[in-house]
Ligand binder design. Sequence first.
Ligand code: NAP
Length: 296
Amino acid sequence: MANIHTPIPNLKLNDGNSMPMIGYGTGTAWYKSGDESKVDEACIAATKMSIDMGYYHQDGAEVYKTEAELGTAIKQSGISREKLFLTTKVISNIADIPSALKTSLKKLQVDHVDMYLIHSPFFSEKKDDHQEKWRQMEELKSQGLAKSIGVSNYLPEQLDWILETCKVQPAVNQIEFHPYLQHEGLIEYHKKKGIATCAYGPLTPVTKGAGGPADDVLNGLAKKYAVSPGEILLRWCIDQDIVPITTSSKEQRLSDYLRAMTFKLNPAEIKQINEAGKKKHLRGFWTHKFDDNDKR
Ligand SMILES: NC(=O)c1ccc[n+]([C@@H]2O[C@H](COP(=O)([O-])OP(=O)(O)OC[C@H]3O[C@@H](n4cnc5c(N)ncnc54)[C@H](OP(=O)(O)O)[C@@H]3O)[C@@H](O)[C@H]2O)c1
């Protein structure tokens, strides 16, 4: 297994805080569709294992219904609060953001989160609503309940609404991002405005998108660096200053992912992956909100 002490780099955010450049997610595979009060012991065990292995950046959301599991795993791991970088998100209770965060903090058994995100822009198509919700997010930051604030699944036009009236800019936009969904102009927009990108679904080309046009280049680079194609995908994000948010239930895989910290892709290799990836379009999440050919 990889050396668990492999250092994970940090990304400096526009508000001065820093974020570890790989996150462990408690959504997707861990998402609870049934009764939230039914404890998922496997989720607790895997999340604790990830913290023990050095995944201090943990990604939760009220809608995953696993915040209690995440809180228990944090407690059981004994990790100090200063080391942990804890994210959660609001959407189901967006009508009352302060109370939603209070509920999340209770489940997570902490007194603040490091990152609080509006989970998606789809709660309203009105600019005023987004500006008002962002004011509430800013208030939570000023109270110290969220050290950093950001959004998820926003497009440039929706970010523009927030930037028009904000006092504090969103620190991140968490989006689906992988070679088969590079978005047109969004990453460039983030860079121009100083907004960091977090990438969920980073392994899509080796999971849902396996057998696609990026396979050859990913396999070739995996051979060159003696890692797996998945680790090439994680590194492809990191080398573009993008923070991958992944997950696994398997110790071996979590250990292997850390090998992505041990090498660097050169610009030509990043370009090769970009070019191969552009030959296929695949969106795995929020598909009901976008047309099949919408690459934004
Ligand atoms: N903001 C949003 O709207 C949003 C949406 C989706 C996700 N997220 C966040 O992002 C996190 C990660 O999302 P994701 O699960 O889509 O990330 P991902 O990194 O693309 O995929 C991770 C999954 O792939 C499986 N996997 C890894 N390598 C594999 C391989 N070689 N072959 C087959 N399966 C493999 C893992 O299963 P094993 O357990 O078998 O290793 C794990 O379930 C979520 O947990 C959540 O926190 C956010």
